[in-house]
Design a protein around this ligand. Structure first.
Ligand code: UT7
Length: 331
């Protein structure tokens, strides 16, 4: 799906939250046959955060949401839509957005979840933007939140080194200044579903002793193939930005790619002839946090002054499904 029509919405506030516990590469060396050297060189990750036993996805989401609402100056009672994007919900149902709604006291909001793995936040922004522009709601609180550690097999060194827990949120309102969504392209290919999935625990393979014994409730990742597809698809998306919008990549202040592997980020920059410094990277500190990755990075970039009002920012995502997306925004 491509969309050239401008969505006249702005990000009125951003927020993020990382749980306290740090899981370092040195800690992982004690758990599986790996090394800090291998993980750093092959992924760029040095540490990631892990939710406390008492914390679930909605708990992380609520803190990020409160921060975003405070920055936007919007009270919970005035939130009209809550879209939680997650592939690690508190429950199969009710939706995590309902739990967030009640914890925030956002009694007047329409709460629902959207699942698109690592592309969740980007898809959520597009959907929240469409709700606001269509006049269905006045605003939308879009949250990417994950507790991937609960679905990670800490005996599988090929995947357990990658993932972390976190949440990020954005408040979308009708544009009052220069903010807008200029272009977005989103897509997917379900025939590649096996590349990255949790095979057990759903209606296809409901939980049984056997699924648990087989560790089917944990994430399965075909890392090398996901890597190859991500580089290829994100490269295509980048090339199309100037073609579709007439905006040169040189004019974009910051690229915020989903943080899955620093080598993926470097590779797409190199192929597109973009200086590496144009891509925001925090994977060294947070690992891959799926739907939470882009809003956390964006919030950090704003806090650090790297991204300022009026700047052009390009979001890029790729993940399970498989799914992908690009979104060019004026912040
Ligand atoms: O969010 C979107 C979804 N996720 C991704 O985008 C992840 C994309 N994939 C990746 O980031 C990379 O493929 C990984 C980091 C997962 C793996 O890196 P790689 O360079 O593709 O390694 P590989 O799977 O090709 O494995 C190379 C070697 C293998 O050893 P042999 O068979 O050559 O002897 C692995 O067993 O590295 C070994 N290996 C490890 N060694 C030490 C794999 N994981 C580890 C490890 N520590 N943690």
């Amino acid at each position: 799906m491509k969309s050239l029509c401008k969505l006249t919405v702005e990000i009125a506030g951003l927020g993020s939250h990382l749980p306290e516990r740090v899981l370092s590469n040195a800690d992982l060396e004690q758990m599986v046959d790996t090394s800090d050297g291998w993980i750093t060189k092959r992924t760029g990750i040095r540490e990631r955060r892990i939710a406390a036993e008492t914390e679930a996805t909605s708990d992380l989401a609520v803190v990020a949401a409160r921060n975003a609402l405070a920055e936007a100056g919007l009270s919970p009672a005035n939130v009209e839509a809550i879209i939680v994007t997650t592939c690690t919900p508190d429950y199969l149902f009710p939706a995590t957005a309902c739990l967030v709604q009640t914890a925030l006291g956002a009694d007047n909001a329409l709460p629902y979840d959207l699942e698109a793995a690592c592309c969740g936040f980007l898809f959520g922004l597009a959907q929240g933007g469409a709700l606001v522009v269509a006049g269905v709601t006045e605003n939308a609180l879009v949250i990417g939140a994950e507790t991937l550690s609960r679905f990670t097999d800490y005996t599988d060194r090929r995947s357990c080194i990658l993932f972390g827990d976190a949440a990020g949120a954005a408040v979308l309102t009708r544009s009052t200044g220069t903010g807008e969504i200029i272009f977005c392209e989103m897509g997917g290919d379900g025939s590649r579903q096996e590349l990255l999935m949790i095979p057990g625990g759903g209606s296809r393979r409901p939980p049984t002793h056997e699924t648990v014994d087989n560790a089917d409730h944990f994430m399965k990742l075909q890392g090398r193939e996901v890597f190859r597809c991500a580089v290829s698809k994100l490269g295509e998306l980048l090339v199309r930005i100037p073609q579709e919008t007439g905006i040169s990549l040189d004019d974009i202040k910051l690229i915020i790619p989903h943080q899955s592997n620093v080598r993926i980020i470097r590779s797409i920059c190199e192929r597109a002839g973009i200086p590496e410094e144009k891509a925001y990277v925090n994977i060294d500190r947070v690992g891959n946090t799926s739907a939470a990755s882009i809003p956390i990075a964006m919030d950090e970039a704003v806090q650090k002054g790297v991204l300022q009002r009026g700047d052009l920012v390009l979001l890029l995502a790729f993940g399970g499904g498989i799914t992908w997306g690009s979104m060019l925004l004026r912040y």
